[in-house]
Design a protein around this ligand. Sequence first.
Ligand SMILES: Cc1ncc(COP(=O)(O)O)c(C=O)c1O
Length: 399
Amino acid sequence: MSSPLFIAIIEAMSDIPARLKSGPWMLDPTITYLNHGSFGARTVEVFEAQQRYKREFERSPIDFLDRRRSLINESRQIVAQFVGADPEGFGFVDNATTGVGCVIHSLHLDKGDEILTTNHVYNGVRQLLKHHCTSKSLLYRELDIPLPVFSSDEIIQHIHEGITDQTKLLVIDHVASASSIIFPVEEIAKICRKKGILILIDGAHVPGMLDLNIDELAPDWYVANLHKWVCAPIGTAFVWTSEKFRSITHPMTVSHWLHQGYTEEFDWQGTRDISPWLAAVDAIRVGEHIGWENIREYNHQLVTWMHEELVTAWGVEPLSPIDGSMLGSMATVLLPNGCPQTLEDCIEMRDEMYSNNALEVSIFEFQGKGMLRVSAQLYTKKQDISRLLEAIEQIDTPK
Ligand SMILES: Cc1ncc(COP(=O)(O)O)c(C=O)c1O
């Protein structure tokens, strides 16, 4: 059952979805879209802002990309401020995976040194880390953090105990993709500092979802996407580097500006379309009209309510506290009895829900069980959960 407080907050803010649902999003309104977490979604305003930058470039390419190169700098100042980061350590990249790649390829560890992460790591990043470790004769290890997780202390304990003398770098998710759990990165960064371990925080989901202040967190590196919860154009992400490592951290594509400054190197990664990076500012401004605090609070309260509705309806054990205290704007729930448990069957179920019910939701296998992840964004309505429950009920072939 949803608490009266959640309902009160959702009702009080109920004008927001009405205002934003009727056209301002690029999404097809006939689809019940519950997977904002994967690729985000754009408002029409941001989409059009990006088109304007593209047109400006095409009208006078040299002027736009060469003489007016400071456009990226202006964007960087605003976006860096939004995430509480020193702009001098802020470099735009295409996506979070590339951001992690920049850090990993810049680091020179010795044979036998260990890169440590957890089994909540995003699979693309897992493959990147494993591949790098294999090719450089480094050790790769994942700490097992089994679900359910009911407190940050449990995670801190695992990390504390898991670091060994061989560990040189910890790669830790800020909001984990599969479990939706917020990791206590502030405490984890402190542990790393104390033990002399480098820390790279993968905050792919964080900007726009949580209040972020990278300078206060003070990791060695912080990587994040803006195309998820800031709703910036696809191809907008960043890698932030602490002062100590700016001279050795390079973009994946090294070009003209090598060793001429961190931001200079990241600003020019060969000829490319910079419109997503510029339109990130428009996305931040769109959110500012509503208030980022309001957006975060609305999404969080709604997803907490959705989480409780699903757990109650399906009679499954929650994977994180039911009060939503370890969730941002996404929640992961065990699939009810009779639903798929393997990745292949989960994908089939996801695709069937899309084709039969026009409903997009993330369904996958994690830690040996079939799970479903819902996202809440301003366009999400409480009725979307009723549609999801109906769609699941229609599945008549238990696997
Ligand atoms: C925690 C985490 N890291 C990295 C990524 C990869 O993001 P991208 O595909 O934009 O590189 C994701 C994507 O969902 C993610 O959830």
